[in-house]
Design a protein around this ligand. Structure first.
Ligand code: SF4
Length: 467
């Protein structure tokens, strides 16, 4: 085996923070929280809003609206910003998406709303919808300032939402606006799910989540936090208290690699790594960091490692770049920031004494498609090599957080819920609906919001037709 040196260092990318400077300023916390996209000033926001062509009409929504999974009326809120009324803009956003401030920071806008902006077809850059949305939602720091529309009628029915992540919160918001009594249960002390615990600080310095959750409380939603619903007695108590149940338990456990040396000091899982940064317990990562996996979370921990001061950060992925689950823009920005990628390579074992010293890796090649249709990655015999690293971070996906789905009896052989109707999120037990990461195996925040809203409509239809 030979040791492959990692030779390329950091370099600043056009349009991104200069990490040579950022990484060497004295306060590492400041480096970690220098936001990717700084907020617009009021003058910049109005000037940008004036660029909008206010497309669409009463029967045909604008292309950007059609591409927004949460259905935000984008021209409407942009026009409010142009008028100098960010509070009205925030109300429009939050009415469609209760996590509108969060999504403004973490949505892949380039491939969603901005990707279909008609300005592109006119040879101009797309409207900066993400930052305008952020401007509007940041302008309202008091939840009382965002309009809450009272339900047309009280339904005299109760719904339990298990899981306070994006899908659960979106489902709860729609049901509360329809007049249902809604109680949200979650094992954590704070609402938000992975949005609260797993979004890297460089994406959002000021977390909009507390304002968003407080607004939901003001809508009458009851939160029972620090309460895990994962034993039969707890399920029975919830069932007795309500007419329908939404399961939004999400994905919260890092998948394990299960290879030798995984318990060495210096081998991290992605979620504890991000949590350590968020709680300012900055990890000691040394000069060279390997990130295993190539999803969006892998890009986050790689880019935060650069900000923590690592001289070499390398992403190791067993398939090719084309098959990487991260958004292409995330990979491109990571490369701009100096992150290196070793494609078609898999770790075989972690080596070291008490602490990680290196990773034995093996080259892979693509073979026949597997059941998912993706080409299988197959090891190449005799291609092993050793990579010297100080830290390894596993970001190979997440598993369902809870044993609840099998316990309720709506799980498939892999523990995922079985739907009888994808258009409503209804499971094979009629009172139970589901959506979000636990169903799609982990997607974007706004996709979870969309699924939570669909399930809320499904619950409303189910209860409206039930005696
Ligand atoms: Fe404005 Fe672009 Fe949407 Fe048209 S497509 S309404 S220009 S953001």
């Amino acid at each position: 085996m030979k040791t492959e040196p990692l030779t390329r260092g950091l370099r600043a990318g056009a349009g991104l923070p200069d990490l040579h400077q950022v990484a060497h300023i004295p306060d590492p916390w400041a480096a970690l929280t220098t936001e990717l996209k700084p907020p617009l000033t009021p003058d910049e926001a109005r000037a940008e809003a004036y660029r909008c062509l206010l497309c669409g009409g009463p029967t045909t929504p604008a292309p950007c609206v059609q591409s927004c999974p949460s259905g935000i009326d984008i021209p409407n809120f942009v026009e409010a910003i142009a008028r100098g009324d960010p509070t009205q803009a925030a109300s429009t956003i939050m009415e469609a998406n209760p996590l509108g401030g969060t999504c403004a920071r973490v949505c892949p806008t380039e491939v969603l709303c901005e990707g279909s902006c008609v300005l592109i077809g006119e040879g101009q850059r797309a409207l900066d919808i993400g930052r305008l949305q952020r401007f509007a939602t940041d302008a309202v720091s008091d939840p009382a300032g965002i309009a809450i529309i009272a339900p047309m009628q009280q339904q005299n029915r109760n719904v339990a939402v298990i899981g306070a992540g994006p899908a659960g919160l979106a489902c709860a918001a729609v049901l509360a606006s329809l007049g249902y009594g809604v109680t949200v249960y979650d094992g954590h002390t704070e609402a938000g799910g992975l949005v609260r615990y797993a979004i890297a600080p460089y994406r959002q310095l000021i977390e909009p989540l507390p304002v968003e959750v407080e607004r939901l409380r003001r809508m009458g939603i009851r939160f029972v936090m620090g309460t895990r619903i994962d034993i039969r007695e707890a399920i029975q108590a919830v069932e007795a208290s309500c007419d329908a149940i939404f399961l939004g338990v999400g994905m919260g456990k890092d998948s394990a690699l299960g290879i030798e040396g995984s318990d060495l000091s210096g081998v991290w899982s992605s979620l504890p790594f991000i949590e350590a940064i968020k709680s300012r317990q900055l990890p000691e990562i040394g000069d060279t960091v390997a990130v295993i996996g190539a999803g969006n979370t892998a890009m986050d921990v790689a880019r935060e490692s650069v900000r923590l001061g690592a001289k070499h950060v390398v992403v190791i992925y067993r398939r090719s770049r084309e098959q990487a689950p991260a958004f292409p823009s995330e990979i491109a920005e990571a490369i701009e920031e100096g992150v290196e990628f070793v494609w078609l390579t898999a770790p075989v074992r972690f080596l070291g004494g008490d602490r990680l010293r290196s990773i034995e890796c093996q080259k892979m090649r693509l073979g026949e498609p597997d059941r998912s249709g993706r080409k299988r990655s197959e090891p190449i015999k005799g291609s092993e090599f050793e990579l010297s690293v100080d830290t390894a971070i596993l970001a190979i996906g997440q598993l369902p957080w809870s044993d609840l789905i099998p316990l309720i009896g709506v799980a498939d052989a892999n523990g995922y819920p079985i739907l009888v109707d994808p258009d409503t999120g209804q499971t094979q037990k009629a009172r139970y609906f589901t959506g979000g990461d636990v169903l799609n195996g982990g997607g974007s925040v706004v996709e979870a919001v969309r699924m939570g809203k669909i399930a809320a409509d499904g619950i409303h239809r189910f209860l409206s037709t039930k005696e």
